[in-house]
Design a protein around this ligand. Sequence first.
Ligand code: 4AZ
Length: 279
Amino acid sequence: MICLLLLTLPLLGNSVPVIQGKKGAKIVGGNEAKEGEWPWQVSLRAKFGGYWIHICGGSLIHPSWILTAAHCVESAQMDTSRYMIQLRQQNLYEDDELVPLEKIIIHPEYDHYMAGSDLALLKLQCPVQLTNTIQTITLPEVSQIFTPDMECWVTGWGNIKTGVHLPPPYTLRQVQVPLLDAQKCDEEYHVGAYTSSSVKIITDDMLCAGKPNVDSCQGDSGGPLVCKVGDSWKQAGVVSWGLGCGLPHRPGIYTRVTSYVDWINKYISPCSSANPARG
Ligand code: 4AZ
């Protein structure tokens, strides 16, 4: 795996295999984010050949905490020194200011990215100073329902087509993606698959978004899917997996944040009302 990663320098996606369609699917509808937009977007870096290379996205959910996908850090064996965080950057690698990690917490039920619970929390060694361009994203309440009529966007420095890296200067990209009803998404994944329709491919802790040529891709993993709720943005999903990128009948799969928000809050706000001090 390491050899494969080295071969894909300098800008590498993460390590989830993407099964490539014949023509290669594009993140279409995607364009460059404006400076200062999506101020919670971070880049997770790992060291290869002396450089801290982008491997995954992530989101700042608290001044000391990053939310990402478990599969982005699963090989770490809790060795925090193998990773660094770069906060919101317009062009990847431009004036890097890397932040070291104190702790990696992989969801205890995580086993494999296609089996759900693809979530990890990364604690920063020092809390970050929030600014105009560096902000946290709000997590939804457990009861929040994200519906297909909502405006949702996914952002990242991932591939622009299956197997095609984002070219320099690696400007952050965004794409508006339609959410899919869970049952519809599971039906889609059964099209052309050998799995019996009675066996779920898309489980309840996953969220699907995207349509042909509108999707996230390798290297976007761990990054945020956010939806507009009233006047504010809430993180609905974490980029997890998919079969190729932007292929027909194969929407992008996200870890559903509402399924895990209690678990997340246990770490990031341990003294909240869920555990009142008295009374
Ligand atoms: C990946 O390999 C990956 N089209 C991420 C997102 C999607 C597919 C693959 C969704 O990290």
